[in-house]
Design a protein around this ligand. Structure first.
Ligand code: XMP
Length: 517
């Protein structure tokens, strides 16, 4: 992989995405990772991200010079660039001349690897107070800006490169080209990580992992589990049985749709488990979000265990029940459940942090390294129908984490009715592709006073949470046209008796998350 060393930048994930867009597989690692551990992963290249510190500030995250001597190509950006300069014996100073935002840069195209084939004047996105005032020895200076005399340096022999700016942000007009030049020409990577190559590689891995054993796959009808199932089916064919757990936390019409769409499209063997009672009982009296998530994660597994015993025919030839469980876990699920290296637990995704400790299954998770948009590309590559591939995300814990307060059958019915209206109206307005997803949330423990037909009402608010996003790691609230919002509000308050108020969530992520729990 191409490892992005995270110096505390908001940009590290974005850098990893840009590398992936250049068709090289990339992952983020914390800057505290020892050099030996980095090298043990056999990286094709290493990128040092930006970060908030000054390289000479006390406690500033350091750069072990050994990393620059290991023969692995390295590209430093912003803080990473300065850390490189310092580690190699250059000078980094607080010049008092800061640069923030779009800045004109002069680049020397001739003889440069990073800037080959690009105009000599380009706009770059800067964010620095310190500057490299003297380049390290053997480094060729290939760019400058008004306040940064050394704004880029390169050494083809040692394959070390750096730029003062942020090539990963859109505002650096040739940023992606600079990054690609580094990956292809600087680091000599093949850049052939494509949906097709992911499929080939994963099919091989799945075969190696499961051999001729039977496998079950938890299917939700969403993109992730559908693509995971399609991959496993391609790998091991009829060793696979899909299990659809109807946990009673689904939206209107969802269970039927899964059965129709997926089975029709793939012909896969599907078993449906009706577990609504089981989940409701387990959730009774619970309002804490993390507790709900853990309960739901656990009950899912209990259902799969039951399915593995009963439905799939019990013991296999070797006397073991089915032990492989396929899940459509994605990279962001892992990161947000605190499973990424050095990341905080934001919430326990049902299929990662919400798994019970006594899990007996061996997990098969072919999408664990991928972002949603990459999964969609893999889905298209596999021939999964577009209707499924472009479906908006819906979380495994379903409406259970969209009822703020205890989950009850009545509350579910209320939320289901409101949600169906929202979905119908947004589809009608042609906004499905523009909106990443629109959670509809019932504030079940809150009431407000209203007036309807001459009478007082004391009902619950419904929150609309339409968001736009590239990968759900960050998001912005979608500017849904007012008349569409008005139509939704009127319909919900007219048609759902328990609801007398509709409110709009106008928070980005961060600081909000997409779901309310
Ligand atoms: P948050 O709320 O963390 O959501 O901003 C990010 C994305 O993940 C989805 N989500 C989940 N998906 N199991 C899932 O399969 C979960 O437990 C889960 N929690 C959140 C959420 O809908 C959004 O797309």
């Amino acid at each position: 992989p191409v490892l992005v060393v995270d110096y505390g930048a908001q940009y590290a994930q974005l850098i990893a995405r840009r590398v992936r867009e250049a068709n090289a597989f990339s992952e983020v690692v914390p800057h505290t990772t020892p050099v030996a551990d980095l090298l043990a992963r056999d990286p094709g290249a290493i990128i040092l991200s930006g970060g908030p510190s000054s390289v000479y500030a006390e406690g500033a995250p350091g750069l072990d010079p050994a990393l620059l001597e290991a023969g692995v190509p390295v590209f430093g950006m912003c803080y990473g660039f300065q850390a490189m300069a310092q580690a190699l014996g250059g000078t980094v100073e607080r010049t008092g001349l800061r640069e923030y935002g779009s800045t004109p840069a002069n680049v020397r195209e001739g003889g440069s690897t990073l800037f080959k084939g690009q105009p000599e004047e380009q706009s770059v996105w800067m964010s620095h107070g310190d500057a490299v005032t003297k380049a390290p020895e053997r480094m060729q200076v290939t760019a400058d800006t008004p306040n940064a005399p050394v704004a880029a340096f390169e050494d083809d022999e040692r394959r070390l490169y750096g730029v003062q700016w942020h090539p990963e942000v859109m505002h650096s007009t040739f940023g992606q080209r600079v990054l690609e030049n580094f990956l292809r020409d600087g680091a000599g990577l093949a850049c052939d990580w494509t949906p097709a190559s992911i499929v080939t590689e994963q099919v091989e891995r799945i075969r190696a992992q499961v051999g001729d054993a039977r496998v079950i796959c938890g299917l939700s009808g969403g993109v992730d589990s559908s693509v995971a199932a399609a991959l496993v089916q391609k790998a091991v064919g009829d060793q696979l049985t899909c299990v659809f757990v109807d946990h009673g936390l689904l939206r209107q019409g969802e269970a039927e749709q899964v059965e129709e769409d997926f089975v029709q499209a793939t012909g896969v063997d599907l078993v449906t488990v009706d577990a609504a009672e089981q989940f409701l009982t387990a959730l009774a009296g619970v309002s804490d979000p993390e507790t709900k998530r853990k309960i739901i994660g656990r009950e899912f597994i209990r259902c799969f265990e039951q399915a593995a015993r009963d439905i799939v025919g019990g013991a296999q030839a070797d006397g073991h029940p089915v032990r492989f469980l396929v899940q459509g876990t994605l990279y962001p699920d892992v990161v947000e459940s605190g499973g990424g290296s050095g990341t905080a637990n934001i919430k326990s995704h049902h299929n990662v942090g919400g798994l019970p400790d006594d899990l007996q299954f061996t997990l098969v998770e072919p999408l664990r390294d991928l972002f949603k948009d990459e999964v969609r590309q893999v889905g298209l590559e596999l021939g999964v129908p577009e209707g499924i591939v472009w479906r908006q995300p819906f979380p495994g814990p379903g409406l259970g984490i969209r009822i703020i307060g205890e989950v009850t059958a009545d509350r579910l019915a209320t939320l289901r009715a409101a949600d169906a209206i929202v979905r119908a109206e947004l589809t009608e307005a042609g906004l499905d592709r523009e909106i990443w997803q629109c959670p509809v949330v019932l504030l079940a423990d809150i009431r407000s006073v209203g007036v309807q037909g001459d009478g007082r009402t004391y009902g619950h608010p419904i929150v609309l949470r339409p968001v736009s996003s590239e990968d759900a790691m960050t998001a912005d609230w979608t500017r849904v046209p007012f008349d569409v919002l008005a139509g939704i509000s009127t319909r919900i308050t007219n048609e759902v008796p328990e609801v007398n108020r509709v409110v709009l969530d106008v928070t980005s992520k961060p600081p909000g998350t997409i779901e309310w729990e």
